[in-house]
Design a protein around this ligand. Structure first.
Ligand code: GLY
Length: 583
């Protein structure tokens, strides 16, 4: 069995219940934002109250998250946004998606990492891919916003950066893992990652209640407000990014930054139990995995609603369906701008019916029987960790919606920062298959289709989704997504099943304990609420599952149409501590 490269060993998730009971959900008459930090939800709600639409609010929320969740996402990272517009003045009624996932610098090749130290893609300058968040947000604002100015949507984030925010339990727990890793090689690591060490980790002393101010990031945000895309991709911010990467061996150049492009794509669309779900196509694996899993469950389990969602039967069935999807993820997926990704074949009803037919009611299959196998592409992996990333959901009073998931990859990304501008640079290069056959930091083994190449985007698990009800004038019934590496797929899927099949209120849908299996390694992770449930583990083990108790599986933010049909029911994952806002 091959082991993961030596990397930070974070499972940075505090115990369940980070948000005081009852505060993680809220009912709103007209409009809501659910982000994984209440100040970011408030930033979006402020824009909604000022007359902005869901896209304006999403842009404000994302820039605010860059300040208050600096270890999860931000202007040094990238993301995906699924947008549903209702009667937009220019676009009418439309569902579309933006891909602003980071791109590999021109200086990398498929074998770039082979001769480097094993953690070259996870720590430091060589892990940094070209950030896409600023380009993506500005594209969204200009193309799909209501006409609000950059000044207006950036104002809340600039204010937060200047006034500061208070470190919460999730921040402190995430920081503790990084502090432990840095302390293993002092003073080399604290010197190499000085900005993160000094400003985000308080030289190892950071604790809940501390206040972090980021006037440097406020300066970057002001430049973006003044100059738009050029305020980030050219000039002093671009210089600071290149310097931070290059001083630590990175190959990112000013030309890479200047040539970053946002791709507008058709969402991946599926029908499930009478609802139309729009989600992200490759280079996200999340939408495809979600679509495959739901289709297998639909084909095989018309009685899903009658099966209690935390019963051994339900967990077994969902796990077995998801293992097929994760096996196909490992073998087939990559950036479709560079490699052939057989999306149509992987989603064809015949293929999925064939996979569904393999499901056994009370036993697992041999490992190789999941998904379908191109010759010669196989591997194994060891433990997977949870990482950074942040998801938020927005619905406005006009019925527009945004599902947005963004990331700098692992907690505090590459640990390198654009110091003069106070933001962390991603380590998204580790989401490529940087060393054939070896797992990345999430324990994911991936095929040569996901090898690095200039301009290519690494495969992702991010799964933003918007579900509409065609029987009710296309009304938005669910906006969802998650953070947590490959656990994103499992946690988004389970939250969606909790709402769309079991009709749970939003707060209950997120508080319910979760499980995760990513096919490789062959282990079924169970949150405490399942691992401790009477008789559950023996029942699953009897069916052939190797179970393991797990820390938090994903952090999900959802907004659903209220069950009585009036208004919105929003919730933020109690595992991370967010609170929704709106009116
Ligand atoms: N960096 C995590 C993901 O995109 O899946």
């Amino acid at each position: 069995m091959l082991l993961a490269p030596a990397a930070r060993s974070w499972s940075a998730q505090p115990a369940e219940g980070a948000t005081p009971a009852g505060q993680h959900a809220g009912a709103f008459a007209s409009a809501a934002v659910a982000a994984d930090h209440h100040l970011a939800s408030e930033a979006g709600a402020e824009i909604l109250r000022a007359g902005g639409n869901a896209v304006d609010a999403a842009v404000a929320t994302s820039f605010a998250l860059s300040v208050v969740r600096p270890y999860s996402c931000g202007i040094g990272g990238g993301g995906f946004m699924v947008i549903h517009l209702k009667d937009h003045p220019r676009h009418g009624t439309l569902t579309t998606a933006l891909n602003y996932r980071e791109q590999a610098p021109a200086g990398v090749s498929p074998d770039f990492y082979l001769a480097l130290e094993p953690d070259a893609a996870t720590h430091g300058g060589r892990g940094v891919a070209v950030p896409g968040t600023v380009a993506g947000l500005l594209h969204a604002l200009e193309e799909f916003g209501s006409g609000m100015s950059r000044d207006a949507v950036l104002a809340p984030a600039i204010r937060l950066a200047e006034e500061g925010f208070t470190v919460d339990a999730h921040y402190a727990a995430s920081a503790a893992e990084v502090i432990a890793w840095i302390r293993k090689d002092e003073p080399a690591r604290s010197a190499r990652f000085a900005f993160v060490w000094d400003r985000f980790l308080a030289r190892g002393a950071i604790k809940p209640g501390d206040v972090i101010r980021l006037p440097e990031q406020a300066a970057a945000l002001r430049l973006i407000a003044q100059r738009g895309r050029d305020g980030f991709y050219r000039g002093p911010v671009a210089d600071a990014i290149v310097e931070a990467a290059a001083a630590d061996g990175g190959v990112l150049t000013l030309a890479d930054l200047a040539s970053f492009r946002v791709a507008r794509v058709d969402p991946l669309t599926l029908e499930f139990r009478g609802k139309t779900i729009h989600t992200m196509p490759p280079p996200s694996s999340g939408g495809l995995a979600l679509a495959q899993t739901l289709a297998i469950l639909d084909a095989r389990l018309p009685d899903l609603r009658a099966t209690p969602p935390r019963s051994p039967q339900a967990i077994h069935r969902v796990t077995e369906a998801a293992k097929h999807a994760f096996a196909d993820r490992a073998r087939w997926l990559g950036d479709p701008a560079f490699v052939d990704v057989p999306v149509a074949r992987l989603l064809s009803p015949d293929y999925l019916r064939g996979l569904a037919a393999t499901l056994l009611p009370d036993a697992v299959l041999p490992h190789e029987r999941y998904g379908s196998i191109p010759a010669g592409e196989e591997g194994h992996a060891e433990p997977h960790r949870d990482g950074g990333t942040s998801h938020f959901s927005v619905v406005d009073a006009q019925g527009n919606a945004v599902a947005c998931t963004e990331t700098i990859n692992l907690v505090f990304g590459s640990l390198r920062a654009a110091e003069r501008f106070g933001f962390v640079l991603n380590n998204q290069m580790d989401d490529f298959a940087t060393r054939p056959g070896l797992p990345n930091a999430f324990g994911l083994v991936q095929s040569a289709r996901n090898a690095p190449a200039p301009g290519k985007r690494p495969l992702s698990s991010m799964t933003p989704l918007i579900a509409l009800d065609p029987a009710d004038h296309g009304r938005v019934v669910l906006v969802a997504g998650a953070s947590g590496g490959p656990r994103i797929i499992s946690s988004t899927l389970q939250a969606a099943l909790n709402v769309l099949v079991h009709d749970m209120p939003a707060g209950d849908a997120l508080a319910a304990p979760r499980f995760h299996h990513q096919w490789t390694p062959d282990v079924l992770l169970l949150e405490a609420g399942l691992a401790d449930a009477d008789g559950l583990v023996p029942a699953l083990e009897a069916a052939g599952h190797r179970t393991r108790r797990s820390d938090a599986i994903g952090n999900v933010q959802i907004i659903r149409a209220a069950r009585d049909g009036a208004g919105l029911d929003a919730a933020c994952d109690p595992r991370k501590g967010g609170r929704p806002a709106g009116y």
